[in-house]
Design a protein around this ligand. Sequence first.
Ligand SMILES: [Zn+2]
Length: 438
Amino acid sequence: MKLHMVRYGTHAESILLTGDFWDAYHLLVVNGNMAAYYPAAMARFIAEQVFNKPYIIDPQTHAFQHDLRYIRSSKTEEIKSSIARLLEQYGEPFKRSINAGRPVSPDDFKDNGILASAVERVIEFQRNVFSAQKGEWQKYYEFININPLTPWAVIAPYFFMDELSVGQWLEINAKAVEIAKTKYPDEKVVMQLVIGKGLLLSQELSKVIERVISTPADMVAIWIDDFDETSATITELTMYKEMLRKLGGKKEVLILYGSYFSVALMKSLPELNIKGVCHGLEYAEYRPVIPVGGGLPVSKFYYPSLHIRIPYVEVVFLVRPFLDSKEDYFRHVCDCKTCTELIGRALSVEEGFAHYGETSPAVSRRNNQMVVLNYPTTEARNLCVKHYMWCKAKEYQEAEQSPLQIARELNQAAEECKAVGNAFTAHCLRWAKVLEGG
Ligand SMILES: [Zn+2]
């Protein structure tokens, strides 16, 4: 089965993972700092609200290798409390180095004994952080003879590599996986491969792939820094596909941040051996390794045929031809559960669709001036994310198609939507080209 994976972002999003949405995805990815900071709440969520949904914990070990300002609170200059909890769990050599005010470096892991105990602590954390929590649910799971809250797989400690640092980190990343599989032969051990875009296009890549394949990892989980498939070039997308083909020849692959392009690769090219593709709910489908601050919040509506989120003020142009008839809207734009309810009960398509773009004015300080900005209402944001979640579920559930069929659909969508300008359609043409390449 191909896995629809979702990254658990904030507690507020949990309503999009339960109830009606429970069936819409298969596997949760929980960030290590979230797990370390809210172990009881997260354990209860997984055991009770999503009925022991399979999950993995991203141990986020790379957080300790960047400039420390990214893990310090901007107010207090102290290490952020959720990261500090993680540090408490991981111990040395992380603690020593962070306490000395510097990030970890490859030298810190040179000693095999130090690396081995770091691997053990990072994996023990994943195995125990939720399963050690006690709750009402235990009686129930004991009754049906299930050991709840054990992770679906464990991830070895990992560090980000770019063209400059790959020579130093590759061996450490690979050895960490070797140690993990030796110590935990019965666990599904995942090697998380986090690389810069430059490395994707460099000669070094084949060396990286060979080394990854040589490890005993059961799966390779891929995260390319800030790799937005909707803005990536044809060359980048082609290199990405070829990397997956080489890795997939030997290992099962998980894509940790991916858009419809990755879903389309997973579904139409079985030889790439993609087992699952993950996305988040708010920031969604790509992510920089080093966190960046958000811009102004605007309502964005995921346009199903183009497979991207488009700001509400732009997307209304695409919807305009279908405003006269609800049937037209359902046929040509979206017939997800949220659209069906919202537009079904409205007097007109126009009135119903407008809920996705509702804003309310708020006073904000910009460059020392008070300005009034229109922010999306909470209701509008919730509607947009719900509609997004249903659209994603449909993409994963759709019947298998050939790469050429998907390419044809993408070309057609770009043609039909060209009124909105190629900023929102060109990615479909690029994706189609790469898919046509087989
Ligand atoms: Zn919809």
